[in-house]
Design a protein around this ligand. Structure first.
Ligand code: GLY
Length: 375
């Protein structure tokens, strides 16, 4: 029996299904159906994901009398470059990809963002199918149509909104993911609880270890609940115009500063930075008197229970508050000289604050860097 669940992203004319369950890669041709029009299927794959799961996809397509044309992508943000985009779009053109065709993005957020953007601009837009193989991509980046490459001056600064035509989140594929990446992806799962669903936050706190250690029931539940939360938000505010979609950036402004300070390196994975960022957002909300100290510490405990760092002092940064705030000034959300901050009124109730004074944030960060050194 199939354990697959389908969540519909409701967007007029651009709606699509997100299917969540195990063994989905082996059934891709059934889910994609007539969308795969040609005998050769273009697949853009993360080299690691392909090494682990490529054979499964190849065999499945083979059973449907199709073969794979493979464009391999080196893991890492460096692959979201102009150079790679040019190589990928040339490759797609040489393959004869047409507007009505589908390109498969097989891997994590890097492959999804790059393939999605190439599909957005190829002949002014062709189709693409997301097959996310990391927890982070399954619960966040593969859904919602944000696509991008990086510019010299920052991450994701060149991009487009371009919705996929199908997302297959095969949770079985996560079995080969290192524990650290499961933990980092878990930060984006618990984020949905912290920003909009207190009961889901409690569920995440109680089930962190089951999810991270691939318990299939807990993992499917975590991915499905996250995707449901994300699709609701995307359907309400596809292009991040009303402020609703901006809630998904909870923890990202603080987190981005930490990522920038650590050179966007393996020292701090994106999800780990978001985890710390959510703790900081909660504690900063408490400092403003909008959240109780007790709830801010519950957020920290929910992060820590997943084995994620909840204290910025643990990073042992040679930095200070003003320097971290300097990184925030380059944030792409900067608007007319102010930076909107995602803060909390309660666990499960995030909001966008437009009145945050950056010098106060610098003071707060100094305090966090100092006061919890031995935490
Ligand atoms: N990852 C945030 C968003 O999709 O809007």
């Amino acid at each position: 029996m199939s354990d697959a669940r389908t969540v519909r992203v409701d967007l007029a004319g651009r709606g699509y299904d997100v299917v969540i369950g195990t063994n989905l890669i082996a059934r891709l041709p059934q889910y994609a159906g007539k969308r795969l029009r040609k005998a050769t299927v273009p697949v853009v794959a993360d080299a690691n994901a392909w090494a682990h799961h490529g054979e499964t996809l190849k065999e499945a397509l083979g059973r449907a009398d199709k073969e794979v044309a493979l464009f391999s992508v080196e893991p890492g943000e460096g692959s979201k470059s102009w150079r790679n985009l040019e190589a990928l779009t040339d490759w797609m053109l040489n393959l004869g990809v047409e507007r009505g065709d589908q390109v498969i993005a097989f891997g994590g957020g890097v492959v999804g963002d790059l393939t999605g953007f190439a599909s957005a601009i190829l002949k002014r837009g062709c189709g693409f199918i997301q097959v996310p193989t990391t927890l982070l991509a399954q619960v966040d980046s593969s859904v919602g149509g944000k696509t991008a490459i990086n510019a010299k001056s920052g991450k994701n600064l060149i991009g487009a909104f371009h919705q996929p035509s199908l997302v297959l989140a095969d949770t079985g594929a996560l079995a080969t993911l290192p524990r650290r990446e499961m933990q980092a992806g878990f930060a984006e799962v618990i984020k949905y609880g912290i920003l909009g669903d207190a009961a889901f936050f409690d569920w995440c706190s109680a089930n962190a270890s089951a999810v991270i250690s691939h318990d299939p029931v807990a993992l499917n539940q975590a991915v499905a609940k996250s995707v449901e939360a994300k699709t609701r938000i995307v359907a309400a505010d596809e292009r991040e115009l009303s402020g609703r979609r901006a809630l998904l950036n909870l923890g990202h402004t603080f987190g981005h500063a930490l990522e920038a300070e650590t050179g966007f390196s393996d020292t701090l994975l994106h999800g780990e930075a978001v985890a710390l960022g959510m703790v900081l957002a909660a504690r900063y909300s408490a400092r403003r008197g909008e959240l109780s100290d007790e709830d801010a510490e519950r957020v920290a405990a929910g992060i820590a229970v997943a084995g994620l760092r909840a204290e910025i002092s643990a990073l042992e940064l040679k930095s200070d508050g003003p320097r971290l705030v300097e990184h925030m000034r380059h944030d792409k959300k900067m608007d007319a000289g102010t930076l909107p901050f995602l803060l909390l009124r309660a666990i499960g109730e995030a909001y966008v604050a437009h009145d945050v004074i950056l010098s106060d944030v610098a003071d707060f960060l100094d305090q966090q860097l100092r006061s919890r050194v031995s935490a």
